[in-house]
Design a protein around this ligand. Structure first.
Ligand SMILES: [Zn+2]
Length: 446
């Protein structure tokens, strides 16, 4: 049950893009923000009465801001290390149980809402509904079922079957199949349809557009007719342009977007979720976890080239979203959800307050809850953070869980003192690799 809560003092970053300002009081009631401003005014108006008996939180010297909205993460992947593991070694029941544990990590990192495009075994709607029904604890969730892939196989290539379903993938081979599966996913509870517009083909560099126009259009038309938006994984200039032209609502990655792509994005009104964090972690820290060596410069180059165009999009009024791609070994749950904001400051040149807006006000759009979420305004849902420090002068502190002193989700305080949730090894869950390197005679003896 949501408590009555009174947060006194502190500096307010309201998530609208407005400058931080000192605040006297915020009153939370029935899971919503009932009042903001002067405590004595709220008392004289009878809003705060003796029988309201609110839990009081002193935020003096701290920052109050909306809960973070992560517009791109994968809650069912369990910090996966390989595609093989993800597609072939995960029992569906265990996936759901482990996901329930991982939701707690996401919430404790200050993410009070997230959008998950595609889920292993299509468990997303069940997970969302279990949270909404209070079966398990977690952030507010909007979710896809599985990603639609053509038989080219997206980023998992030949691991993806020529037809059928595996892991988070549903293979579609014609416009008829696109239409059929879009409808089925909506029937099974999808809030978003996700298509994997680009994929890798062995022997060809980069990711290529692996959907034709008619297929992309079929996904958009079918979903839109049923009131559901479409997002597309686009790691290539052509894919950004064609997806925007055919009506995709949200472009993920937008890697190497060119001028024509930018024009299409502006004209169609598409939004962008660059999801730089995965690349930034690989570039900066990949060597620490034994990621493919020598790739640092490639990823840094992709970020820099894409960032120039994303900045142009921002200047043209395109909505930019913060997404962390959490759920992989390089982006474990609870650790990197706010790094995207830091990257936006560093490579897009956004101010910290502008960057915060991508994970608050803008994120409410991805959640399809713009009237209820994303900003601290009277009447909105009571999802708030209290930060020890000032993220408007140092955005990186949002990644430091020790600086998040309160996470308020649905008007309730999340327990932050419990031990961090972890699980022991699960039989068959991880795929061992024989060696990270080749043991040549020279390596052994020289
Ligand atoms: Zn993703």
């Amino acid at each position: 049950m949501a408590e009555n809560m009174l947060i006194s003092d502190g500096t307010l970053i309201d998530g609208t893009g407005a400058s931080p300002k000192p605040n006297d009081a915020i009153f939370l009631q029935n899971g919503r923000i009932a009042g903001i401003g002067s405590r004595s005014d709220m008392e004289s108006q009878g809003l705060i009465s003796d029988d309201a008996n609110p839990v009081e939180i002193d935020a003096s010297g701290k920052t109050i801001m909306p809960g973070l909205i992560d517009s791109h993460l994968h809650c069912s992947f369990d910090d996966v290390q390989s595609n093989d593991e993800l597609f072939f070694h995960r029992d569906p029941t265990m996936v759901a149980l482990v996901t329930a544990q991982n939701l707690k990590k996401i919430l404790r990192a200050g993410v009070t809402s997230f959008v998950d495009p595609d889920t292993a075994h299509g468990i997303g709607p069940a997970i969302r509904d279990a949270v909404n029904a209070n079966v398990i604890q977690g952030p507010r969730i909007k979710t896809g079922v599985q990603a639609l892939l053509t038989a080219v196989g997206g980023t998992a290539g030949r691991l993806i079957p020529d037809e059928g379903t595996v892991g988070y993938a549903q293979v579609v081979n014609s416009t008829d199949e696109v239409t059929k599966w879009t409808r089925r996913h909506i029937k099974y509870g999808a809030d978003w349809i996700k298509i994997h517009a680009t994929g890798s083909i062995p022997g060809k560099s980069g990711e290529l557009l692996v959907w034709n126009r008619e297929e992309i259009r079929a996904a958009c038309q079918t979903a839109h007719e049923l009131g559901i938006p479409v997002m597309a994984h686009c790691r290539g200039a052509e894919s950004v342009r064609v997806c925007a032209e055919e009506g995709v609502d949200l472009i993920l990655h937008a890697s190497f977007m060119d001028e024509e792509g930018l024009t299409a994005v502006i004209e169609n009104g598409s939004s962008l979720c660059p999801t730089f964090t995965f690349l930034a972690n690989l570039a900066d820290f990949g060597a620490k976890v034994g990621a493919s060596p020598g790739m640092e410069d490639i990823f840094r180059g992709e970020i820099e080239q894409t960032a120039k165009m994303v900045r142009k999009a921002y200047d043209n009024g395109v909505r930019i979203l913060s997404g962390s791609e959490s759920g992989f070994a390089l982006t474990p749950y609870g650790h990197w959800h706010a790094r995207e904001l830091q990257v936006f400051v560093e490579v897009l040149g956004l101010t910290p307050v502008e960057a915060i807006t991508t994970a608050t006000k803008n994120g409410a759009w991805t959640m399809q809850m713009e009237d209820d979420l994303g900003t601290i305004e009277t009447g909105k849902l009571a999802d708030l953070l209290i930060i020890d420090g000032d993220p408007s002068s140092d955005i990186s502190i949002l990644n430091d869980k020790n600086r998040i002193t309160s996470v308020i989700s649905r008007g309730e305080q999340v327990a932050l003192d419990d031990p961090w949730p972890t699980h022991d090894p699960i039989p068959g869950w991880k795929v061992g690799s024989w060696a990270a390197e080749i043991l040549t005679w020279e390596k052994a003896y020289e």
